[in-house]
Design a protein around this ligand. Structure first.
Ligand SMILES: C[S@@+](CC[C@H](N)C(=O)[O-])C[C@H]1O[C@@H](n2cnc3c(N)ncnc32)[C@H](O)[C@@H]1O
Length: 333
């Protein structure tokens, strides 16, 4: 039984899978392989997919391996269109030009229709277990998991270089706070952490390698790091390195309507795919997932945004992972 996620709304293999459509209202447990971006896209309401997927996302890099996961697929509405083996590759996936043209009308590709933290959030929530010690690196005023959503008996540590940012978090956000630069060792954390998480922080550190090395020491054997951060080899990564921080702040205030006190200096040190894979090569298990959604910064001009999407589609389709806008790292000590 096989589901080809690149074929929108189509099955290949299964009841439904050998080309037979699932009957309306049917629910099946199927083995599928899907990329996180596709999960996000298909889960979007109103996309014309009468399909509900409850899956753990599989990183794009593993899509071509013999890798399958279980999903519950329910079809409350009309059946999906079956595909024949001959046309099952990207048959109704829009071309890069179509993607760009649709964006001119305000219709953005699937990954843009979910929040930037969508995949990261589903990954950390999958990894959470009762009794865990969680370290949220660079959590500042906004811990990635609010207290009410944490499992029983978990212990939540917030680490940030800025005491002020930690103080601005809602009361009760942390069981413990550590004011430290993640690039420096923190003895109080050694070997204590089951799950280290970090959202949009590693592009701000002066040394990614030292940060990874420190997190490795904070984790218990078998502990996991799940982190999302921005890529360096992007238009914005490049601009950020050549524009002074004060000017970058002004640009981000206009383009993303970000508050100046929430814009932090960036280094993008070794924030590209090959460097990250190299720097984490000593870990037991590693997956690095590129995310392609850098056009958000260009919302102020539809034409520029369309041109950027054309470029981004080329990056995605040609698997130039080093040029991705974001990465999600999932590494086990
Ligand atoms: C863009 S904010 C992200 C905050 C939070 N993770 C969130 O999801 O909203 C970056 C945070 O990383 C912190 N930070 C920057 N450099 C750091 C470093 N070297 N070590 C620890 N924290 C750092 C900043 O103080 C800030 O709180």
């Amino acid at each position: 039984m096989r589901f080809d996620p690149r074929v929108r709304g189509s099955w290949a293999g299964g009841p439904g899978g050998d080309g037979t459509p699932l009957s309306p209202g049917a629910a099946e447990i199927c083995r599928v392989k899907v990329a996180p971006a596709i999960v996000a896209e298909m889960a979007e309401p109103g996309r014309g997919h009468n399909l509900r997927l409850e899956v753990s996302a599989v990183p794009e890099s593993k899509l071509d391996e013999a890798y399958a996961i279980e999903a519950i697929c329910a079809m409350p509405g009309s059946p999906l269109t079956p595909v024949s083996p001959a046309n099952k590759r990207v048959s109704d996936s829009p071309s890069s030009w179509d993607v760009a043209k649709r964006s001119l009308r305000g219709e953005m590709p699937g990954p843009y229709r979910t929040k930037l933290n969508h995949t990261f959030q589903s990954m950390i929530r999958d990894a959470l277990r009762p009794g865990m010690t969680v370290l949220d690196i660079g959590s500042g005023r906004h811990p990635s998991i609010p207290p009410a959503e944490r499992p029983a008996d978990s212990y939540y540590i917030g680490l940030d270089v800025s005491a002020r940012e930690l103080e601005l978090a809602p009361p009760g956000s942390y069981d413990e706070v550590v004011v430290a630069d993640v690039t420096s060792p923190a003895d109080s954390l050694l070997g204590r952490v089951d799950l280290a998480i970090s959202f949009q922080v590693f592009e701000h550190v002066s040394s990614l390698q030292r940060s990874f090395d420190n997190v490795h020491e904070f984790l218990r054997p078998g502990g996991r790091l799940i982190a999302q951060f921005s890529g360096r080899r992007t238009l914005f990564g490049l601009a950020n390195r050549f524009i002074p921080h004060s000017a970058a702040k002004a640009v981000l205030r206009v383009t993303l309507r970000k508050r100046p006190d929430q814009i932090f200096p960036t280094y993008y040190d070794r924030c590209w795919y090959d460097a990250v894979v190299t720097d984490l090569s000593g870990w037991t298990e590693l997956t690095v997932t590129p995310l392609h959604r850098g056009a958000t910064y260009l919302g102020f001009s539809r034409r520029l945004r369309a041109a950027y999407l054309l470029y981004e589609e080329w990056v995605r389709r040609s698997e130039r992972h080093n040029l991705a806008a974001y990465y999600i790292v999932d590494a086990t000590r």
